[in-house]
Design a protein around this ligand. Structure first.
Ligand SMILES: Cc1ncc(C[n+]2csc(CCOP(=O)(O)OP(=O)(O)O)c2C)c(N)n1
Ligand SMILES: [Mg+2]
Length: 662
């Protein structure tokens, strides 16, 4: 590319570097090492390759760029500013300050041009794989869709296990439009990577089915450019480009971990700018440099953007798929799952995982952009879309993904899919949700519509023993902010859950039993949205309430019937979603769970999330210790989870004079 003005690439790169350094100095915190070391990588990518249109930041067909090494936020903000995104110098001056547009690590939805929240190393790589999967899927359906996904990773990203998992799957799926730029500087936070990371990274990626490139001089933008070009023309494999850089290039402490994560000293900034020939006035950006960069960028992109736009308009007017495309990409679709089941028949002696399978298979006909799979457990979780085939390189329109035994990858990839207009689902056993937690946390932070399907939801799975029996998982998932945990008890509640989930569009888990349940008389799909409701009304003056969830609701009803014979009037409340119940108005909460009435809880998991309703552990039929291998019946007896033991316990407590519950 020949530039019209006299401004050199080096001058612009150094200006981008110094702006990042000014932000960090001003904030008195941040990561200068990656800013100085990786600036030429981002410069080359943005200037010569990235298909973006900064004044149309949500251009559907844009390339995606993910900064997996989220600690390099100052570099990215500086780059976005130079590219003409909606970020001002004033915003950059507020780097890392509360409620600014430039938070410490990139945050989705906060800053123009930021595609995804990153910071926990390895996650961004997984998100990029999810985006590349979405691209492969959508581009097979719509001929106006076609973009690359780029991700900048650091040593730390590649040390994290999740990056191996996702790279393995990306190689297997031939995600050739995924391009990883590896900022290879041999330094991480505590020192040299020689301390802990000595494998041959590129050989590893080669073995995973990737194309690899090396750039020996990370300051040479032509070398970087060529490597990216080669990556783009590879039609078979994803590419990783190892770019040898010097962390903190130009700082007194360059090449050491001292420059990784704390601001440069004043004299260091002085000598740096002096040697780069940049005026030492904080935030003073050379207009020449800025203009030259933006001119070149827009000159490259303008035509591409305009011709795509023309093509899109034509597509909208003529293509039979246009309506489908618009409803997916413009998120216009609304769902009414309950209406799809006008005459729900009683399904008895079926597990909740099977009932869920029935419901999601009907619902998925209407959810055009649902896509997902399982971490090698769909045979068990039954979360499989029977009509929609397997996603693969040869069948990219398939909607079922075989994630392999890679739970963490599945969850990280789901986030990338959700960010790229898909509604992803991912399934495994509830106990293995622990393997997905870091990504679930980020989905919740970003408010992404991801549906996790967790089966085998209690200790009663039996013989597999304590390693497979969830205990703390329900409480632990309920403790994630902005996350909903649904635990339906029968077919009607499963339908209600899907209806609510699709209206709510929030990150959520459907937690389902492997054991069989029956359809209960008074359950109601419409009431799921309230979080909790009465499923068995007391016959006269109420003695107590039992709150239960999932397959324990049926048990609670039986217990209440037993107690009725003993002269006790018990209300039973099903609570399919605690979070939704908490959001109801006080009057509704009081109507369902009156304050002065004694309450019990039956949930075969940790008691931790229940203390807001029941103050003493004595009134909870919950489990706070690991389980054991054995038959379901033996476990019920040993743990006193059988109906007789529960009835006896509640009867005994109701007979006690001292009531510790208030
Ligand atoms: C999951 C996770 N663990 C730990 C950290 C804290 N942390 C931030 S950067 C970093 C390592 C820095 O090394 P590298 O990734 O090579 O980046 P560089 O120093 O080269 O910029 C660590 C441990 C993190 N952000 N995420
Ligand atoms: Mg490093």
């Amino acid at each position: 590319m020949i530039r019209n003005s006299e401004v050199s690439d080096k001058k612009i790169i150094d200006s981008i570097r110094c702006l990042g350094i000014d932000m960090i100095s001003n904030a008195k915190s941040g990561h200068p090492g990656i800013v100085l070391g990786a600036a030429p990588i981002l410069y080359t990518l943005f200037l010569r390759h990235l298909k973006i249109y900064p004044t149309r930041n949500k251009w559907i067909n844009r390339d995606r760029f993910v900064l997996s090494a989220g600690h390099g936020s100052a570099l990215l903000y500086s780059m976005l500013y130079f590219s003409g995104f909606n970020i001002s110098i004033e915003d950059l001056k507020k780097f890392r300050k509360a409620k600014s547009k430039t938070p410490g690590h990139p945050e989705y939805g906060v800053t123009d041009g930021i595609e995804v929240t990153t910071g926990p190393l390895g996650q961004g790589f997984a998100n990029a794989v999810g985006m590349a999967i979405s691209e492969k899927h959508f581009s097979s359906l719509f001929n106006i869709y076609d973009h690359h996904t780029y991700v900048l990773v650091s040593d730390g990203d590649l040390m994290e296990g999740i990056s191996y998992e996702v790279a393995s799957l990306a190689g297997h799926l031939n995600l050739n439009k995924l391009i990883v730029l590896y900022d290879s500087n041999n330094i991480s936070l505590d020192g040299s990577t020689n301390l802990s990371f000595s494998e041959n990274v590129l050989k590893r990626f080669e073995a995973l089915g990737w194309h690899t490139e090396v750039v020996h001089n990370g300051e040479d933008i032509d070398e970087i450019d060529k490597a990216i070009y080669k990556a783009k023309i590879n039609e078979e494999k994803p590419t990783i480009i190892e770019i040898k850089t010097t962390i903190g290039k130009g700082s007194i402490n360059q090449g050491t971990n001292l420059v990784h994560g704390s601001p440069l000293k004043e004299e260091d900034v002085y000598q740096l700018k002096e040697s780069l020939g940049i005026r030492n006035v904080p935030f003073a950006v050379s207009k020449d440099a800025l203009d030259a960069f933006q001119n070149d960028l827009f000159e490259r992109i303008e035509l591409e953007y305009r011709s795509w736009d023309t093509m899109y308009n034509e597509f909208k007017n003529t293509d039979i798929n246009a309506k489908v495309f618009e409803s997916i990409f413009e998120k216009k679709r609304t769902y009414n799952i309950i209406d799809m089941f006008p005459n729900i028949k009683d399904y008895n002696n079926l597990s909740l995982r099977e009932l869920n399978s029935k419901v999601m298979n009907v619902a998925s006909d209407y959810i055009l952009n649902i896509m997902g799979g399982s971490a090698d457990l769909n045979t068990s979780t039954k979360a499989y879309l029977n009509k929609y085939g397997t996603f693969s390189n040869l069948n990219p329109s398939g909607k079922n993904i075989y994630f392999g035994v890679r739970e963490h990858a599945m969850a990280g990839i789901m986030n990338g899919m959700a960010l790229s207009n898909l509604i992803p689902f991912g399934s495994t056993f509830l106990v293995f949700s622990d393997y997905m937690r870091p990504s679930i946390r980020l989905a919740s932070l970003m408010n992404l519509f991801c549906i996790y399907i967790f089966t085998h939801d209690s200790i009663n799975i039996g013989e597999d023993g304590p390693t497979h029996q969830p205990i703390e998982q329900l409480s632990s998932l309920r403790s994630v902010p902005n996350f909903r945990v649904y635990r339906p008890c029968d077919i009607k509640e499963v339908i209600g859950c899907w209806d609510t989930v699709l209206k709510d569009k929030k990150p959520c888990a459907l937690v389902l039993s492997r054991n069989e349940v029956n359809t209960l008389d008074n359950t109601n799909a419409y009431y799921v949205k309230n979080g909790a409701y009465i499923v068995k009304k007391e016959k006269a003056k109420m003695d107590a309430i039992i709150i239960a969830t999932g397959s324990e609701v049926e048990i609670a009803i039986k217990v209440s019937e037993n107690l009725f014979e003993k002269g006790k009037n018990i209300r039973v409340v099903s609570m399919p979603c605690m979070e939704l119940f908490e959001e109801q108005e006080d009057a509704y909460k009081e109507e369902i769970l009156p304050n002065r009435i004694k309450k019990f809880v039956i949930e075969f998991g940790s008691s931790q999330s229940w203390y807001k309703y029941v103050k003493s552990k004595d009134y909870m039929i919950t489990i706070d210790e690991f389980g054991l291998s054995g038959s379901k019946e033996d476990i019920y007896n040993i743990k006193k989870m059988d109906i007789k033991s529960i009835t006896d316990k509640i009867e005994r407590i109701l007979g006690e004079n001292i009531w510790k519950n208030f």
